[in-house]
Design a protein around this ligand. Structure first.
Ligand SMILES: CCCCC/C=C/CC(=O)SCCNC(=O)CCNC(=O)[C@H](O)C(C)(C)COP(=O)(O)OP(=O)(O)OC[C@H]1O[C@@H](n2cnc3c(N)ncnc32)[C@H](O)[C@@H]1OP(=O)(O)O
Length: 396
């Protein structure tokens, strides 16, 4: 996301790291501690601050935080500035990293910085050349693929390296794709994912792209987008099928209650860790889940974040049918191609008969959930969870 890239990119000025590369995260690199006989000189330190700007491979946020902290400790000593507010989560992550170094002597910090940069340079040399940010495609430009064949329009989430996490652009693109699919001459519409995951839910870096209006404006516009996005699923006029090709998280799970059919590989899991993230249910799940599985099972999922296997999700009514992973694609597409040959108008009208009685209620639920989330996104609990994910401390 341009937001995180820009924001974190700017953090590493003062020589800590000012590479123009986009920020991505890589596994943590070990920080080598030095012995007293191996102190780095001031010259070594200055060289390292220059070398870090030439890294070909982005070292990731966690390493950048280490570089930042060591640089500050080496040049200014122990952390001596007030702790930023919890909403200022990027600066808070930096402050935490610096403060964690405690009373580490300046010269040890200097040496550790030099040592860390040396290890990064070594791994960078063996890496593939990264395309400069300016030459890259904009995020979201190829993150959604829409195809139409055999009476089926298929919308494929296509960010497999990010487990198909949904960027802000993707929410907009999916809405446009649904609008077009609702009007095209296909009989059925399918949503699926490319790669080993179906979707890892909302891209958590969406939270870092703060507009000039600040976090309140971000929360307000996020709630509007969420509401519009879910409305598109509520109002979709044709049979809508989810082909769940792997694990599903967050909003990609909750909106399944608005699909007409959900086919899942037996490798899929269904996870709504809202409490862990300081958030609350969306996608009308606060209404559809208790209705389909009873309030207690819905609470296990939506409040306690219980992850369901595909078979459990099928038993609870969230999934229509589970297929062995080895034959999943073949079996599902044969089935869907057969369904797509049924008279499209009859299918459309039957869907409306089944769904229309609920529509008003669903829109009201969606509006309420979006409003509540708008508040949640401003909470310390949510901010801390996002910081934790971005600094790679947390994985669900
Ligand atoms: C308009 C706004 C609407 C908002 C609506 C709100 C919705 C609420 C939700 O959707 S809540 C759910 C949010 N999702 C998560 O919290 C999932 C976070 N991801 C994970 O826990 C894990 O990545 C995983 C369990 C999905 C997969 O783990 P695995 O070990 O297999 O893979 P990695 O963790 O190494 O992931 C590979 C890279 O993908 C990045 N990534 C994965 N999920 C997300 C995400 N949701 N947001 C941003 N980035 C994500 C991950 O960081 C790795 O990137 P890297 O290779 O650069 O390190």
């Amino acid at each position: 996301m341009a937001g995180v890239a820009g924001r974190l990119g700017r953090l590493w000025c003062s020589g800590a790291l000012s590479s123009p590369l986009q920020v991505t995260r890589f596994p943590a690199l070990q920080l080598h501690l030095c012995g007293p006989a191996m102190r780095a000189s001031q010259k070594d330190f200055e060289n390292a601050t220059n070398q870090v700007k030439l890294l070909k491979k982005d070292p990731g946020n966690e390493v950048k935080l280490k570089l930042y902290a060591l640089y500050k400790q080496a040049t200014e000593g122990p952390c001596n500035v007030p702790k930023p507010g919890v909403l200022d989560f990027i600066n808070k992550a930096k402050w935490d990293a610096w403060n964690a170094l405690g009373s580490l002597p300046k010269e040890t910090a200097r040496h550790n910085y030099v040592d860390l940069v040396a290890s990064l340079s070594a791994s960078s040399e063996s890496s593939i050349q990264v395309t400069p940010a300016a030459d890259r495609k904009q995020p979201g430009s190829d993150a959604l693929v829409v195809t139409s064949q055999d009476g089926i329009t298929t919308i494929t989430l296509n960010r497999p390296d990010k487990k198909n996490a949904l960027t802000t652009q993707m929410y907009h693109d999916i809405m446009l794709a649904l609008e077009a699919a609702g009007k095209d001459d296909s009989a059925i519409t399918v949503l699926t994912g490319n790669g080993d995951h179906y979707c890892s839910g909302n891209d958590l870096t969406n939270f870092t792209d703060i507009p000039p209006g600040g976090v309140e404006e971000k929360a307000r516009s996020g709630a509007v987008l969420l509401r519009d996005f879910v409305d598109c699923f509520i109002d979709f006029p044709k049979p809508l099928v989810a082909v769940v090709n792997g694990p599903a998280v967050g909003i990609s799970v909750t909106i399944l209650g608005l699909f007409d059919i959900v086919y899942a590989t037996d490798r899929a899991t269904f996870h709504t860790p809202f409490s862990h993230l300081g958030q609350s249910p969306e996608g009308c799940s606060s209404y559809t889940f208790p209705k389909m599985m009873g309030p207690s099972k819905a609470t296990e999922m939506l409040v306690f974040g219980k992850k369901l296997t595909a078979r459990e999700a099928c038993t609870q009514g969230l999934v229509t049918e589970v297929f062995p992973d080895s034959t999943f694609q073949k079996e599902v597409w044969v089935r869907l191609k057969a369904y797509s040959k049924l008279p499209p108008n009859a299918m459309r009208i039957s869907k409306q008969v089944i769904r229309n009685t609920e529509k008003e209620k669903l829109h009201a639920v969606n509006a309420e959930e979006s409003n509540i989330l708008r508040e949640r996104w401003l909470s310390d609990e949510c901010m801390n969870a996002v910081v934790s994910f971005l600094s790679k401390k947390a994985k669900l």
